[in-house]
Design a protein around this ligand. Structure first.
Ligand SMILES: *[C@@H]1O[C@H](CO)[C@@H](O)[C@H](O)[C@H]1NC(C)=O
Length: 321
């Protein structure tokens, strides 16, 4: 009798687990109701508007062979070491058989003499690799929102034919093999996944790195958003996010900004979880390298270029557990 009841509970638990995992994987979408929103002030919109900035370097034909996935890596102009590490690790060509994946670096400019020097160096680096997009906005931490919106616009203009785009920082370990298996195939529209933050709120302490004044952001909570370290989205979203940025006041937190755009679009970010145990696959913290642990995750953060280069050969040889 008691075993019978236990079996029923187990069955019920299994059923609930199934329903929850299906729900988390699919998310739910609403039709955008853009007409309810009022455009922001023209001067404010200029900050994130693509027409404000000019290309210094561009790769307009990067997507001519219809890649499946575009990796977009924001990086500081002077950080050649990180770019080289990405090129020689997860950003290599032909890592996944029969699937075209490309990567591009996105940089802004620096001021003064340092800026001129870095522009010359980057132009030369780009001659060798052809993988850098440079625009004439000041490359600073608080301008990451500008950079992100330039990446969205770049995809919207040049790469609608790709299925997915991923925004990923250069100091991240990316298990590209797991990512490819994880993404819904064929691609669905209005899809964005990563490490979802549902309970974010603005920091009001002026000395905080993430400080937001009440003037800039009066609400006391953030809508659900994906952590900016790395997130993946279907390319249709790039143009949609770019479009609704007319209605969202720029804030210096790029991932929250994308979340605010998604809210207007009625798109709910999907938590990147594994099939079993619903484990978070986008690990936004550092872990020491272990092939078996890394094989079961999509990203792990906080790696120096040297560390990435050191662990990658072992992982590439045998990325299973
Ligand atoms: C962002 O970039 C613009 C354009 O280069 C520049 O005028 C502005 O000062 C930058 N803002 C910050 C906070 O760095």
């Amino acid at each position: 009798m008691r075993y019978n009841r236990l079996a029923k509970y187990l069955l019920l638990a299994g059923l609930m687990f199934f329903v929850v995992s299906v729900f988390l994987k699919i998310g739910y979408y609403f039709e955008p109701k853009i007409d309810r929103h009022t455009p922001i002030d023209e001067e404010l919109y200029k900050v994130v508007s693509p027409s404000t900035y000019k290309y210094i370097l561009n790769q307009p034909s990067a997507c001519e062979h219809n890649p499946y996935l575009v990796l977009m890596v924001p990086v500081a102009p002077g950080d050649a070491a990180s770019r080289e590490a990405v090129r020689n690790t997860w950003g290599q060509r032909d890592l996944v058989p029969n699937l075209k994946i490309i990567k591009l670096f996105f940089v802004g400019v620096l001021e003064g003499e340092e800026g001129e020097k870095s522009e010359t160096a980057i132009a030369e680096e780009n001659l060798n690799h052809g993988d850098i997009v440079m625009m004439d906005f000041l490359d600073s931490y608080r301008n990451l929102t500008v950079k992100t919106m330039m990446m969205m616009n770049w995809i919207a203009i040049n790469c609608q034919s790709a299925s997915y785009a991923m925004k990923i920082d250069a100091d991240i370990f990316l298990n590209i093999y797991y990512l490819i298996n994880f993404l819904p195939f064929p691609a669905t529209n209005n899809y964005i996944t990563g490490s979802v933050i549902n309970d974010g709120m603005p920091r009001r302490a002026e000395n905080s790195k993430w400080y937001l004044s009440k003037d800039i952001y009066p609400d006391s909570t953030f809508p659900p958003y994906v952590s900016g370290a790395a997130y993946v989205f279907s390319t249709d979203l790039a143009a949609k996010i770019s479009l609704v940025s007319r209605f969202v006041r720029p804030i210096p937190l790029e991932d929250v900004y994308v979340g605010l755009c998604l809210k207007i679009l009625g798109v709910r970010p999907v938590y990147g979880r594994g099939m079993f145990w619903l484990r978070n696959l986008f690990e936004v913290r550092h872990l020491n390298y272990n092939r078996c642990t890394f094989a079961k995750l999509i990203i792990i953060t906080d790696f120096s270029p040297t560390e990435l280069l050191k662990i990658w050969p072992d992982f590439q040889k045998n990325h299973t557990c």
